[in-house]
Design a protein around this ligand. Sequence first.
Ligand code: F6P
Length: 563
Amino acid sequence: MSGTGATTENQQQAECITQSPAWKALLKHRETIKDRHLRDWFQADPDRSVKLSFQVEGLRVDFSRQRLGLETFRLLQNLAQTAGVAACRDRMFAGAKVNSSEDRRVLHPALRYLGPGAFPSSSLDVMPDIREERARMRSFSDQVRNGKWRGFSGDTIRDVVNIGIGGSVLGPKLVVHALAASRHPRLRFHFVSNPDSASLAPLLDSLDPRTTLFVLASKSFTTRETMLNTASACDWLCAAFKGQRETVLSRHCVAVTACPDYARELGLGDANIFRIWDWVGGRYSLWSAVGITIALAAGMERFEQLLSGAQEMDQHFMQAPLAGNLPVLMALVDIWNTNFLGAQTRTILPYCELLRFLPAFLQQLEMESNGKSVGTLGQCLDYRTSPVIWGQIGPEGQHAFFQLLHQGSWLVPCEIIVSARSNFPLSGHQESLLANCFAQATALAFGRTASEVRMDLESAGYADDEIARLLPHKVLPGNQPSTMLLLPQLDPYHLGLLLAFYEHKTFTQGVIWGVNPFDQWGVEFGKQIAECLQPALRGEVELDGFDQSTAEYIRWYRRYGTS
Ligand code: F6P
């Protein structure tokens, strides 16, 4: 990656990673192992699962069911070295402007820095601001939780509605759901992103304005969807209380933003505005005041445990050599599958209800960060970058798309995440969950051979002609690669460890692919077009400037739509 201040050496690397000896060595290596089945890999090495498993604190990651060996790892590490991963990482942590196209620093690790003193350095210390906002978060969340914070009519808060989209909601939604076991018993949490009124309107119908608090999260405080939902929520509050707008909002709304002026324009006072900064990327922001909903749900102490898990991963990422650096290894395995084995997608399969929103979170984190085909220097890239990320809770996926994973025609690397203990123990449930999880992972890797199917059918008493008819349908080829992520328990600390692990994995891939993982110009363009379309839908402008199909859609809406 080559933001402001990058070395010429790094710039050259970003331009020609596929021409590097490291990349070429991997291509050559692939030819020697591409036909090897996971069964062969395991047969050849009885210690494979130990050798290819790595651990940071409680997070254990097993790569042994990936289609690679120790030599592959060695060559992949050369690639990471060639791309300058360590140097780019150090520059990010030192506060260099690695977000080159937006000319910004990237300092989300500072948000989880819990130590004393300055970060990233005494000459560029962002900690005083962060500590001040943390203290404000603590005071506010404590007041709401202990009932001292009262609504306009003097009632305690019962419902918290987090309005935001993308990075301003996906992290908090994931974490609030994941920490359900420690949620405050009086408080209920709701997340609204979609500007479709079918999202907000029925929710408002079910709420009592006297006991409702809105968290309005938007880094820019201009995102259309969020501003629309915000305006409707404020109107609903003001209509309910008939009080002075500023006073009503001061009891029922807080904003989180890097643009406090816009929040003030809405009628919010400074006491109700939590700050974030331009060096916090939206999809890396849950550790900031964007996580206020997490603090409201689980308490500031648990929020800090989350930060502490993430900080542990930061330290590991900074200090561990590439050969044992977990986020780096994870990134390399994904690159192996994407760029050398030809996988186009990757599926995220949490065998853990509490991680229900992890696939959605990772979709933004990885695809918005690395879904790019232009390098940091503006050059077109002739290789694939982020695969398509998708996924679902494992057991639900089993009864939906796993058939395709087992017997379909696509190579789909699978990521399975599981925790040993349940936070909601019910007799027998955890064993059943884990049995399914481990069974699926085994079937994906090793499949079921024709002779195994034959033996089963014979012992079940099938006649020869029946066996011949059924056998091809029952064979599972296996060799579908998977990575298993094992956690002891889904507590705030391990969740922080896991999410920071994915952030650094994504960053590492951005460096190797030579893209800027911190901008999102493709999405920005969509926002611009929507701006022009809105007056057209309202019939306020002519349709000459639109392409013919868009003009047709607008005519269709003008004919059938209602506002
Ligand atoms: O999807 C584009 C994006 O800019 C994301 O990067 C961001 O997380 C989201 O919109 C919301 O932006 P904001 O926090 O400014 O409302």
